[in-house]
Design a protein around this ligand. Structure first.
Ligand code: HEC
Length: 205
């Protein structure tokens, strides 16, 4: 088994130093795409990855590996979306904690944070403006979360769990389909056909 370790490291390093080619096949190929002989394994090569410009190709390499559809977003929108996402996970945490002590009011309160509202719907339209199909999936998620509140109102434990499961399925299926793609204002305008917001359209708090 020990022999496998250096082999795997070599392969990985080969993958990371593949700046010239974005071909995914490069990860499996034993032949480094670069000519520089030192690039394959040496620690010096690793620090050379911090040279200006290399960061871009590293990001491109990651992007090429990730075959999900892009959701083009301005930097501020991407940041806001991730804040929202982390709060969605927090809401799920609170739902589970409340349910474990049969605190149905607590379940309802936490579920209402991810439930459907006009404000949420507007935000989903905005986030999906340059990604046809994204908004529909987002709205489906908020509607599914309403099922958690409804079951909590009935104080039905099994129903809450099944609605939570259905909601989590909408989270995971969206994650399986989409990845963020941070774009410039002109690119976003071109893709969405909308004027870029001049200030945060949905300020947090
Ligand atoms: C309509 C699509 C959609 C739905 C529904 C959705 N997400 Fe996400 N989520 C995303 C996208 C897009 C990203 C960014 C993924 C990427 O670029 O890799 C993301 C990222 C995240 C992240 C990472 C945040 C970070 O800081 O990097 C978490 C956590 C997350 N989502 C939790 C959830 C949870 C929990 C749910 C359901 C309760 C949920 N999401 C529902 C689209 C969605």
């Amino acid at each position: 088994m020990k022999r496998l370790v250096p082999f795997a490291r070599l392969n990985l390093t080969g993958c990371f130093t593949l700046s010239a080619s974005l071909a995914l096949a490069g990860c499996d190929s034993p032949t480094p795409a670069r000519q520089e002989p030192s690039a394959a394994v040496s620690p010096a090569a690793r620090s050379s990855a911090q040279r200006p410009g290399d960061g871009d190709s590293a990001a491109e390499h990651l992007d090429a590996m990730d075959k999900r559809k892009p959701v083009p977003l301005l930097p501020m929108m991407a940041h806001h979306q991730k804040q929202e996402m982390r709060d969605h996970l927090l809401a799920v945490q609170e739902i589970v904690a409340a349910l474990s002590s049969d605190d149905f009011a607590g379940v309802e309160q936490a579920a209402s944070r991810i439930g459907y509202s006009e404000r949420e719907a507007q935000m989903c339209q905005h986030m999906g403006a340059a990604a046809p199909g994204f908004t529909e999936q987002a709205l489906g998620f908020h509607k599914a979360a309403d099922g958690i509140s409804a079951a909590a109102k009935e104080k039905d434990r099994a129903k809450v769990l099944s609605a939570l499961g259905a909601t989590l399925k909408t989270c995971t299926s969206c994650h399986a389909n989409w990845k963020q793609q941070v774009v410039s204002e002109s690119k976003w305008q071109e893709l969405s056909g909308q004027e870029p917001p001049s200030r945060p359209a949905h300020p947090m708090h």
